[in-house]
Design a protein around this ligand. Structure first.
Ligand code: ADP
Ligand code: MG
Length: 292
């Protein structure tokens, strides 16, 4: 077995990232409004947040599919807004593995897992391909040997998704991006997919960023980041949720407390021995009582 079959994990960093889409109608949609983020090599991160908050946009930036409207996205030490189209192409085919929604639909249905992996590898430069694990060995390492010889037609949705996963990571990428990889799966298949993701992270050091709506999936990731309205809302570590102070000093009020702090409310910061209290104040001149 080759000593270093896959590359090790790559780092991702965002500095004040802004993404603006111009729609066909000519108006602008601000999808990301100043994202600051550091993901270290080999980290496993879940992205959470309501629909439309900017999660898929962030993944597209990490994958070199989009260039940011402003700010920097640095993947594996390369600022993707500054590199050439050719370098961006190498990033997409070699450094990053994307498991997008509906990935199983893009597999070759009448072929087996081995052919699908070989097909997925066709964009990988030959010199790199020669250093990769052969498809059968990769399947073996992933515990998917029993799927190797069957055609995809007749496989269950969960089995196809596992093949899609194997095909996605088969380029030896150091960064795995997965958009809702478990959303269509039943419990057992979901757990099997998560186990595969953790396995690749452990065995090859692959950095993992996955988008999920499933709190149970997020809980199994050592770090979770909640995106709210195009910014980092909060971060979770091992099940505990924390606010994050942004570069401009802003901190989001957590969802469960937001009702007590309506927009425009005046607050006072009251230092205590071990922190700071956020105290709503009555507006000077107003005669109604406290808001909290
Ligand atoms: P999420 O994945 O969290 O649901 P997205 O990143 O898909 O969020 O979208 C963030 C915002 O950007 C939404 O308001 C969405 O409508 C908008 N958006 C996403 N893609 C495009 C696009 N190609 N053109 C215009 N607006 C877009
Ligand atoms: Mg999305």
């Amino acid at each position: 077995m080759p000593a270093v079959p896959q590359r090790t994990g790559v780092a991702v960093r965002c500095v004040n990232v802004v993404q603006i889409y111009t729609t066909a109608g000519g108006h602008d949609v601000v999808a990301l409004r100043g994202v600051n983020l550091d993901i270290r090599p080999g980290e496993q991160v879940a992205l959470l947040g309501p629909s439309g908050s900017g999660k898929s946009t962030l993944l597209s930036l990490f994958g070199g599919v989009l260039r940011p409207s402003a700010g920097k996205v640095i993947v594996d030490g390369q600022d993707i807004s500054r590199i050439s189209e050719a370098e961006l192409g190498r990033l997409r085919s070699g450094t990053v593995a994307s498991l997008l929604q509906g990935a199983a639909r893009n597999l070759l249905p009448y072929a087996g897992a081995v052919e699908n992996i070989e097909f997925a590898r066709r964009a990988v430069p030959t010199a790199v391909r020669r250093r990769l694990l052969p498809a059968t060995e990769l399947l073996e390492r992933l515990g998917l040997r029993d799927l190797a010889d069957r055609p995809l037609v007749g496989m269950s949705g969960g089995e196809k998704q596992r093949i899609a996963f194997a095909a996605a990571i088969s380029s030896g990428a150091g960064l795995l991006l997965a958009d809702e990889p478990t959303s269509q799966l039943a419990h057992d298949d979901r757990d099997a997919m998560l186990e595969l993701i953790h396995l690749v992270n452990r065995e090859f050091g692959t950095t993992v960023v996955l988008v999920t709506h499933d709190p149970e999936v997020a809980q199994q990731m050592p770090r979770s980041i909640t995106i709210r309205n195009g910014r980092i809302g909060s971060e979770g570590r091992h099940g505990f949720d924390f606010g994050v102070v942004d570069e401009d000093g802003t901190v989001h009020i957590p969802d469960d407390l937001a009702g007590r702090f309506p927009a425009g409310m005046l607050v006072r910061f009251e230092p205590t021995d071990d922190g700071v209290l956020l105290v709503p104040v009555d507006e000077p001149g107003s005669d109604d009582g406290g808001h909290a």
